[in-house]
Design a protein around this ligand. Sequence first.
Ligand SMILES: Nc1ncnc2c1ncn2[C@@H]1O[C@H](COP(=O)(O)OP(=O)(O)OP(=O)(O)O)[C@@H](O)[C@H]1O
Ligand SMILES: [Mg+2]
Length: 328
Amino acid sequence: MSEPLLTVDALRVDLPVDSGLGSVLRDVSFTLDAAESLGIVGESGSGKSMTVRAIDRLLPRGAEVSGSIRFDGLDVMALGKRDLAAYRMRVAMIFQDPRAHINPLRTIGQFLTEAVVTNKVMGKRAAEERSTSLLAEVGVDRPQSRMRQYPFELSGGLLQRVMIASALITEPDLLLADEPTTALDVTTQSEVMAILDEIRRERGMALIFITHDLDLAAAVCDRTAVMYAGSIVETNASAALHDHPMHPYTAALAEARPSMTSRARRLTVIPGVATSGLQAPSIGCAFAPRCTHAEPACTTSAIALRQVGTDRTSCLRAEEIFGVRHGN
Ligand SMILES: Nc1ncnc2c1ncn2[C@@H]1O[C@H](COP(=O)(O)OP(=O)(O)OP(=O)(O)O)[C@@H](O)[C@H]1O
Ligand SMILES: [Mg+2]
């Protein structure tokens, strides 16, 4: 078998906090093949954004990183400035709130073309032509006149399509999408999601898709990883993970049926308070205080992902609670 496109191995990120350094990610490991899609799901503070920020080398100042990230043979942590710029053309990122990531004083056309023209990836004319056709491809109407408009003239849904077009301009191999539809209304959410999915399939682009919504991840992604308190607690093929969770946190997320409004989708009905990596215990399961299945061993044992069937779970009691399925 060939090497995966992306290999994240034992990634740990410590950030400066009041009391010194605090871990926001601990022992995060996963792989992603070319053209594969991975959903990362978890409550607020679980470390989803930090994971993709580490992959794109966009961590906050003062962050200390250990472990490794390899992309197509490159040691991402070791990339110098010039190689990092080239790497970022192959690994593009889109964010939750398009308005926060676009200069309001620049036209859509300037926004789309400036970076590639400055970095001499293509000439101005070619960049404009490519941007216009990408806008059409992501479903923006009247693309030529849109190029001359300013961000305030576009709705949130249109602006997120512009962001997708801007991420595609360098034909990346991997797209990191950090809750790209959360800020949009429900109808626009599903339209933007459908476009993202279609474009990814057509281009054979790999995708890491971050969401709070387990159902959405399962619908869009080949595999899903569930994060809690700075660690991956379960990962499997999306359908298997969704239908047969092997970690009580995943099961709780699956049962926390969100209502159909976008605001409510961010809420969870899992009792107790979500924990970030910063509050996680150094030993034992971070979810134990909220887990209806917790036993004393859960707070005193070392916790690590282990293989159960096709599933990888960090729950000590997974087989007892969920049974063992063949071909899970
Ligand atoms: N610049 C920073 N300095 C210190 N801690 C930070 C910083 N940015 C984020 N954190 C902390 O790191 C942890 C993980 O944050 P992260 O943004 O990855 O969470 P998330 O899973 O993306 O949550 P959300 O769903 O709310 O976006 C949180 O506890 C957060 O408070
Ligand atoms: Mg986030």
